[in-house]
Design a protein around this ligand. Structure first.
Ligand SMILES: Cc1cc2nc3c(=O)[nH]c(=O)nc-3n(C[C@H](O)[C@H](O)[C@H](O)COP(=O)(O)O)c2cc1C
Length: 182
């Protein structure tokens, strides 16, 4: 099992990154191999809705997606991590999801169908309701693309950059999700 971690926070070693890493550590502990990207590292344009992809062409935008797409396709599993920004996913994660439209064919069948997926949502507020929309967005993306949800971890009250590290129960939960990728 080869699993790609996708970090939708611009903060290297921040809460999203820490939790994605912990899931990847669980993957490795059960014999899997891993890869990781920070979406912010890539020059990515928003989808321009040209629909060339639905007509069987590869995405026409010439940018960092040319490097990201093969890494997504190579993976058997994805870990999609986002901080909560204004009640929703980060702009980085939204662009990533929109650009995954390029994996669809004219029947809306996706090249990422059948992969396993886990989600990470890192939230500053202690209030679980604040994560609802982000979880829904990620879960709907996974379902629409006919991927299989392995599990998800939601971190609350993560205000300082490394607060996730201080929450042992959360870290243990993330590690165990990683072990479910088989
Ligand atoms: C632009 C921006 C918007 C945010 N919006 C929210 C929000 O709506 N609700 C919330 O609880 N926290 C919000 N936060 C706080 C982050 O969700 C929180 O600090 C999270 O742990 C950041 O994850 P990171 O460490 O991976 O960057 C926001 C932070 C930023 C920078």
């Amino acid at each position: 099992m080869h699993v790609l971690g996708i970090v939708g926070s611009p903060r290297v070693n921040g809460n999203t990154d820490i939790l994605v890493d912990e899931i990847l550590a669980g993957v490795r502990s059960s014999g899997g191999t891993i890869d990781k990207i920070y979406i912010s590292d890539f020059d990515l344009k928003p989808c321009d809705s040209c629909m060339a992809c639905l007509a069987g062409k590869e995405c026409v935008l010439e940018d960092g997606w040319r490097e990201i797409a093969p890494r997504v396709l190579k993976a058997d599993g994805l870990v999609m991590g986002t901080p909560v920004y204004w009640n929703a996913v980060s702009a980085q994660m939204k662009i990533f999801m929109d650009r995954c439209f390029s994996f669809l064919d004219e029947n809306y069948d996706s090249e990422i169908k059948g992969k396993s997926a886990a989600i990470v949502v890192a939230c500053g507020s202690p209030e679980p309701a604040m994560t609802k929309i982000s979880r829904l967005i990620l879960e709907d993306f996974i379902k629409f693309n006919k991927m299989n949800i392995v599990g998800g971890v939601t971190g609350l009250n993560l205000q300082q950059k490394d607060d996730a590290l201080k929450n042992q129960a959360l870290m243990a939960e993330a590690f165990q999700i990683g072990r479910k990728f088989i």
